[in-house]
Design a protein around this ligand. Structure first.
Ligand SMILES: [Cu+2]
Length: 309
């Protein structure tokens, strides 16, 4: 058999893969306006940070390679089954070596792996190079809820802690009635606030077993290990509420310890932290609810659909 035919096939498949890419794999999910996956959504939750955007792009890129390789192998198999079927090819070839082909099937996968490794390492560098923080928060995993500690930034400054428990179905229904879009199994009683376009360092640890602090829209996912401090960082680029879940199997209520981060204007953040430091939880709650309503107004398309559900 000649060695030219597989290459023709590879060329065709490469064109098909490129066409697939142009048709939409590289597109960002325009429908999602909140930081969680909505029913029927294709793709990852909408990215809100540079890292998350990088992850989404990398995911699309690797998917294209996977699809191209799968189609190529499938094509080769179909070609061999048809072209060399017993009726057409009763006396099989005894060929055992083809230098050009052997070099090619070694070199091409190496090149593909290098093409994957370069953007992958770039992304890892971005994820694990921590810019100077504007806000530092300590997340503490508990069986089965999260606590977030905002340490004081100057001597004498107060540290405060936000404890977040998942809302029950009744509480979700009540909140939805009041006009605040509230997803089931993700919304919590006390959201944490962070300022928009600021670098947040999240130091992560646990009080009991290993949990994992994750917000997909931020591209943040890091284990919460008892007795150790791990860290992730994010700089949310727009306002909204972003949900995450514990992502390390930690026990009975593992699925019911969501994380809700609300990204707000710096002044709102300052008001909220001032209220929290003063121990005025009621005022802090009012601020959070007001922002939630404001943000629901801005992002009305998906939210209206949510509320009707
Ligand atoms: Cu957990």
């Amino acid at each position: 058999m000649t060695t030219t035919r597989p290459w023709t096939l590879l060329g065709l498949l490469a064109i098909a893969a490129a066409a697939g890419a142009a048709l939409g794999f590289a597109g960002s999910p325009a429908l999602a306006t909140q930081g969680y996956a909505t029913p029927g959504q294709i793709g990852l939750p909408v990215p809100a940070t540079e890292v998350a955007r990088g992850i989404n792009e990398f995911y699309d890129f690797v998917n294209i390679i996977i699809i191209a390789i799968t189609l190529f192998v499938l094509g080769l198999m179909i070609y061999v089954m048809v072209r060399f079927r017993e009726s057409k090819n009763p006396v099989p070839s005894k060929t055992t070596h083809n230098t050009l082909l052997e070099v090619a099937w070694t070199v091409v996968p190496i090149l593909i792996l290098v093409a994957i490794a370069i953007p992958s390492f770039k992304l890892l560098m971005l994820q694990y190079t921590y810019p100077k923080p504007d806000v530092t928060i300590k997340a503490i995993g508990n069986a089965w809820f999260w606590e977030h500690e905002y340490p004081g930034t100057t001597p004498g400054d107060k540290t405060f802690t936000v404890t977040s428990n998942m809302l029950s179905d009744e509480e979700v229904a009540e909140k939805v009635k009041s006009g605040i879009p509230t997803p089931r199994l993700l919304a919590v009683d006390n959201e944490i606030l962070v300022p928009v376009n600021k670098v947040v360092h999240m130091l992560v640890t646990s009080n009991d077993v290993i949990h994992n602090w994750t917000i997909q829209s931020f591209g943040s996912k890091i284990d919460a290990v008892p007795g150790r401090l791990t860290a992730t960082w994010f700089r949310p680029e727009y306002e909204g509420v972003f949900y995450g879940q514990c992502s390390e199997l930690c026990g009975m209520n593992h699925a019911f310890m969501p994380i809700a981060v609300r990204v707000v204007k710096q002044e709102t953040f300052d008001q909220w932290t001032a209220a929290m430091k003063a121990g005025d939880r009621k005022k802090a709650k009012e601020i959070t609810d007001r922002v939630a309503l404001d943000q629901a107004g801005i992002k009305s398309v998906a939210d209206a659909a949510d509320q009707q559900r």
